[in-house]
Design a protein around this ligand. Structure first.
Ligand SMILES: Cc1cc2nc3c(=O)[nH]c(=O)nc-3n(C[C@H](O)[C@H](O)[C@H](O)COP(=O)(O)O)c2cc1C
Length: 301
């Protein structure tokens, strides 16, 4: 698949996830067969003001390519400027039109834009004008089940010049509950010709392959099933030894970035999952206050 001129080597995509998809974790997923990664969502306003924590979220690595830099915001002028800044680092720039977080929605960003088609069009056009890099959008199905408007929004996004669309097949009201409605993705597929990335509830490598075939999407995006589990991109079975090794690999990669202990600990808790004895291991890890303590626990396993 190509998004604009950017070639994507595998149709499996790591979803943007705040506090999860740090640059070391992204690299690890790539090693296991993920073809495209996203930064977690970056506040356009803060990026333009060069807020330090925001820049940290936007840490980039030459090996982590192609990378999508995801922005959220409501002010067109700021989104335009932020697109320019991000273009120096990321191969593709994405606008978040799906975040259900109340604070994000309160400022008119994320999901709240789903009911503003004219603004969506303006945002995409402004971002396209700001850079030569491909522009994409990530949407949800609509605000709630009575206001599904994903087909209309997808057509508007394509019409405004976007190079791909990612669809999380849930409404904003659903948050992360209920079941993702892939039939809506099928309807979108019939209406747009730019690359379509399907997302929602894909829990394994095999399921991703089935979704690619059954829904004729160009890519499948995996979120929660990838947390602590980069092997979801290769289909490899996991076990305790492998998960510990993978986490150690993550720590090695993390040395190349500014990643705080709390984030490394969060990752440890996700990696220690899905095998016998994981619960007690997580309980021990949750009490740690520094990395040496986590290392010691894992050495003793
Ligand atoms: C912890 C967490 C953080 C997330 N952060 C973002 C984000 O920054 N930007 C975004 O577009 N979606 C975000 N999402 C949504 C995911 O990208 C994805 O759309 C959603 O989890 C559905 O996919 P899944 O069923 O494979 O998890 C987040 C989801 C989770 C669980």
């Amino acid at each position: 698949m190509r998004i604009g001129e950017v070639k994507i080597s595998s149709p499996l995509v790591l979803a943007p996830m705040a506090n999860v998809t740090d640059p070391a974790f992204r690299l690890l997923c790539r090693k296991h067969g993920c073809g495209l990664t996203y930064t977690e969502m970056i506040n356009a306003n803060a990026l333009v003001r060069a807020n330090k924590a925001t820049i940290r979220k936007a840490q980039f690595s030459k090996k982590d390519k192609p990378l999508v830099g995801q922005l959220f915001g409501a002010k067109i002028e700021l989104l335009e400027k932020a697109t320019k800044i991000l273009s120096d680092y990321a191969e593709i720039i994405d606008i978040n039109l799906g975040c259900p977080d109340k604070d994000v929605m309160k400022i008119g960003a994320g999901s709240s834009l789903l009911i503003k088609p004219v603004k969506i069009e303006k945002i995409i056009k402004a971002m396209k004008k700001a850079t030569d890099k491909p522009i994409t959008a990530k949407i949800r199905l609509g605000l709630d089940k009575n206001h599904i408007n994903a087909v209309r929004n997808s057509k508007i996004i394509e019409g405004a010049g976007a190079d791909a669309i990612a669809v999380h097949a849930r409404t904003t009201a659903q948050g992360y509950s209920g079941i993702a409605d892939w039939e809506q993705i099928r309807l979108i597929r019939d209406e747009i010709s730019i690359p379509l990335i399907g997302n929602g509830d894909v829990s394994s490598y095999n399921e991703a392959q089935t979704k690619l075939k059954d829904y004729k999407v160009d890519s499948v995006m995996i979120g929660r099933a990838a947390m602590g589990n980069p092997s979801v991109f290769s289909g490899e079975e996991i076990n305790k030894e492998k998960q510990i090794k993978l986490y150690e690999e993550y720590l090695g990669l993390a040395e190349g970035f500014e990643i705080v202990f709390e984030q490394k600990k969060r990752q440890a808790l996700w990696f220690m999952n899905g095998f016998e004895g994981a619960v007690s291991l997580r309980r021990e890890i949750s009490k740690t206050k520094k990395l040496e303590e986590i290392n010691k626990i894992l050495e003793n396993v």
